[in-house]
Design a protein around this ligand. Sequence first.
Ligand SMILES: [Fe+2]
Length: 400
Amino acid sequence: MNTLKKIYCRISQTVFWLAIPFLPYSDPKLLDATTDLPAELKRRGIGSVIIVTDKSIHGFGLIEPLKRALEQENIRYVVYDDTVPNPTVDNVEAALALYHANGCQGLIGFGGGSPIDCAKIAGARVVRPRMPVQKMSGVFKIFHRLPFLAAIPTTAGTGTEVTASALITDGATRHKFPINDLMLIPKVSVLDPEVTRSLPKHITASTGMDALTHAVEAYIGRSTVKSTRADALEAVRLISQNLLDAYHNGDDLTARKNMLMGSFLAGRAFAKSYVGYCHAVAHSLGGKYNMPHGLANAVLLPYVLDAYGDTVYHKLKTLGIAAGVCDEAMPAKDAAETFIAWIREMNARMDIPTKLKGIRREDIPELAKKADKEGNPFYPVPKLFDAQELERFYYDVMEA
Ligand SMILES: [Fe+2]
């Protein structure tokens, strides 16, 4: 990257870092079980809600205990279960219509990232009836307090149960865009391990590595504050101690709960301190080939950390100590290499490949441009790369 662009990036990042203490972040209240939510709704005077979910979660019966508990509290509910992976503007509008038709006073996003993001934006449309979803793209466009919003993550995870963002796709153009606004932070997050119990092994693996990537990228970036560093380290500790247990034994509810907490903390860390190029590249692959987000991050992360070189040795050593694979006595370079090797080993132990299928060589310049646009100037990465330099990551991970 040329020097002028580097200066521009670092100045932009410093402005955002200085703003962190002044932004009115408010943490969601945490509940331990979906069945605790109706009493919370009652306390808040909410008598009617929409549950936004998808067909498979509804079909698995995961929302049944919540439905029964709502009935016991005499809270009316309606279920919208047509959310698709990469939720569309049409999903949002359909959920919004049901919300109004049933006189709802609150929304519950129940699922992986897609239903929760759909619920977030449907809530935004309630308070912004004249603003099309496409116009919400970017930062701070909503600016109105949403109706009550709860998130019940069924993966651990995306972190969307604590972040101020949502990803939505325009079904007509297939353009996928982020909406960022502090109003999108849910009021309540339910970290109930029971609803992650039936998660297939490969999803436990890839979503768990996505959560690890959130913690690592937030920690090694240059826009951290004391609280985000603490959250990221605790997330790495929890994920390192529980992901393999959750993977091998899905019924281990202690491991499942700890993974939900690890994902939540990693989400809270990156909500303020951002992610990095691993995510920028993964998003470009997701947009172009519908490549699963967690899988792309898992495969990319060791390569991206290698490329940051000596700019991250000390930080990776601290993360390695949190993960229990490094100790204080190790030279920083050795510790960083040990931590990166541990990530590769975690992938291997969960049958995550070292390469990604389907990347076409001729697409790489365009993909790298998208990653450059997403990451620069705002991601406070330890080492700056321009579009041409980012191309290396696609070659690193593409299957020959
Ligand atoms: Fe992610």
